[in-house]
Design a protein around this ligand. Structure first.
Ligand code: HMG
Ligand code: MG
Length: 297
């Protein structure tokens, strides 16, 4: 039987948070519907962050309210603090994701706190979420490079990851926020992370700013990573990371993984339909090359 790779679809969150215009709530809900039709079993739906910081996702509560939920699908959301958790619990999320950066300047720009100030906030969120029966995922941003500080030392990434896992986070997604990583660095960093914490507790989150995301997925696969975040159409980016662009496209990731003999549970044709849907709604060509190739066929 083919070995399984888990895909975390972050398009509705990482993808749409970076759009210049607000995507109507009904289009967000319809996109999620298409994604679950395609077989994606983990969908990051939105963010319970401050609506002034990310106005594109100010309708998180309403998107959750309108979801038609399916058995076996995880509906997750980003949560930065206790207020965000309160909203996430009221919305009925399946899992929350907490986040911080390995570099001080990006952390401050993104969530208005130093790294040391962030930990007690996240500890409280994880404690309360766990007590309420939710599981928690964690993100470490700028794990390869920071738009303000350049290359980020591996020790910082290891330290932040260790603290997230120690507070009870189920899995940590290691983020190449601005798409600067290359396969050698990815192999080395993930080998060390997997050695310390176990490959099964880690995920790869690659933005494709410089065209290296799929190569980075291959490098992480080599050292045992079996969970990857991706975004339909290759949407995405962090508004507080200058120069950041889309995540690795889910269509490209699925095409690559199936070609390598891995199972994902995703139907590529239906996924392409999801990509076409959001491409039409946004009214511009999205970066996914597999979407473009399948649309031309
Ligand atoms: P702050 O201004 O320091 O917040 O923002 P505060 O705690 O001082 O509170 C100020 C006011 O905001 C208060 O209201 C709070 O109630 C309210 P007041 O008492 O003045 O009336 N407030 C909230 N309202 C609604 N929901 C909330 C919330 N929190 C406070 N959750 C904060 C701090 C963290 C909230 C802000 O900086 C923020 O929301 N940042 C989010 C930035 C973000 O979402 N960035 C993108 C996601 S991260 C990413 O993309 C990277 C990733 O993809 C991985 C990778 O690629 O590396 C995950
Ligand atoms: Mg991201």
């Amino acid at each position: 039987m083919a070995e399984r790779v888990r895909i975390v679809e972050v398009g509705p969150r990482d993808g749409l948070q970076n759009e210049a215009t607000f995507v109507p709530t009904e289009d967000k809900v319809a996109l999620i519907e298409h994604l679950q039709d395609a077989g994606l079993a983990y969908i990051e739906v939105s963010s319970f962050v401050h609506p002034k910081w990310i106005p594109q996702l100010a309708d998180a509560d309403e998107v959750f309210r309108r979801l038609s939920r399916r058995e076996g699908v995880t509906y997750a959301a980003l949560v930065p603090n206790a207020r965000g958790l309160e909203r996430a619990l009221a919305a009925g999320v399946t899992e929350i994701a907490v986040f911080l950066s390995a570099s001080e300047t990006h952390n401050r720009q993104n969530i208005n706190k130093t790294i040391d100030e962030t930990f007690p906030v996240l500890e409280e969120v994880v404690r309360e979420a766990t007590a309420a029966g939710l599981s928690v995922r964690g993100y470490v941003s700028t794990a390869f490079g920071c738009p303000y500080e350049g290359e980020v030392p591996l020790e910082r990434v290891l330290g932040v990851t260790e603290r997230l896992l120690a507070m009870g986070v189920r899995e940590v997604s290691i983020g190449d926020t601005i798409g600067v990583a290359t396969p050698k660095q990815v192999r080395e960093r993930f080998a060390e992370l997997a050695n310390r914490f176990g490959a099964e507790r880690l995920a790869g989150h690659f933005h494709d700013t410089r065209g290296t995301a799929l190569a980075n997925v291959c490098a992480a696969l080599e050292v045992g990573i079996r969970t990857f975040d991706s975004s339909v159409g290759g949407l995405g980016g962090c508004p507080y990371a200058p120069g950041a662009s889309g995540n690795v496209a889910t269509e490209e990731l699925v095409y690559l993984l199936h070609g390598m003999g891995y199972a994902t549970g995703v139907d590529l044709d239906r996924l392409v339909s999801a990509g076409r849907f959001i491409q039409e709604r946004l009214g511009r060509k999205l970066p996914s090359r597999v979407l473009a190739a399948c649309t031309a066929e």
